[in-house]
Design a protein around this ligand. Structure first.
Ligand SMILES: [Zn+2]
Length: 261
């Protein structure tokens, strides 16, 4: 299993990254995990859009799903003819919400994608065993535990502090944890994690590696990294566009894990 960070910007695209999107590959199967603003373009650096086998949407905030609209154009109007429908797993109401955003073209959404509703639990998607749990966010939001061939990747999606994230990420080889906030007074509850809280969740879960993601452009990433490092002593890094995560698969030459950077 390999994970490629396509987009890591939190809440809105930043100057160096689209909003949330990750490509998970295993046995030739390609799963797109979230598809936020700008991610559809960057995704094509790593896979042809015609080669995507399934899509999972953690929740229906625009920075995690809005590029599904552009994807429907690709699916419907490709010069070679309409593309086969792609399975899309999302929260309740995903098809309706995306159809409204598209502007009353619900038929196109239904023709382009085959929607399935996520509930907490475990499902098989292609060769991947995927367990979801509800997080603490302002809308229904699922975190993911993705297992393949003995490797485990966990993804927090958006959440405030949440014991269920610790459970979901238990002994993961890699935790992709959101770190929208930096330490400070008056942070809203049940919305996002600070980098330090992300690290505390990784430590509590016993995750072997932590990647901070959903980093918001108005924060200094060096501050986020330093605050996380105070609470987690394993390998820690910031997400970056195109980052292939060796924690999710065999370590490649030149991609050795680097602690504390
Ligand atoms: Zn959100």
């Amino acid at each position: 299993m390999e994970v490629t960070v396509v987009g890591w910007a939190g809440s809105f695209p930043g100057p160096d990254s689209p909003a949330s999107c990750y490509l998970i590959e295993a046995d030739g199967f390609r799963l797109v995990l979230d598809l936020g603003n700008g991610a559809l373009g960057a995704l094509q650096r790593y896979t042809a859009l015609s080669d995507v086998d399934a899509i999972c949407l953690s929740h229906l905030h625009a920075d995690h799903c809005i590029d599904m609209l552009g994807y429907s154009v690709y699916q419907k109007y490709h010069p070679a003819g309409p593309r086969p429908r792609i399975p899309v797993y999302g929260p309740r109401g995903t098809a309706d919400r995306l159809s409204v955003a598209l502007g009353n073209h619900g038929k196109r959404m239904a023709e382009a994608f085959e929607f399935a509703t996520l509930t907490p639990g475990t499902i098989e998607i292609g060769p991947l065993r995927i367990t979801t749990a509800l997080m603490r966010h302002s809308v229904e939001t699922f975190a993911f535990r993705i297992e393949h061939a003995g490797r485990v990747v966990a993804y927090s999606a958006d959440t405030g502090p949440c014991d269920d994230l610790v459970t979901l990420a238990r002994d993961a080889d890699l935790l992709l944890a959101e770190a929208s906030f930096v330490d400070g007074p008056g942070l809203p509850a049940d919305l996002h994690l600070t980098a330090r809280q992300a690290a505390e969740h990784a430590a509590g879960a016993g995750a072997a590696e932590l990647v901070l993601t959903h980093l918001v452009a108005w924060n200094d990433p060096a501050v986020s990294q330093a605050q996380a490092a105070a609470a987690y002593d394993g390998p820690l890094r910031l997400a970056s566009t195109g980052l292939r995560l060796p924690g999710a698969g065999p370590v490649r030459p030149g991609e050795g894990r680097t602690a504390g950077t």
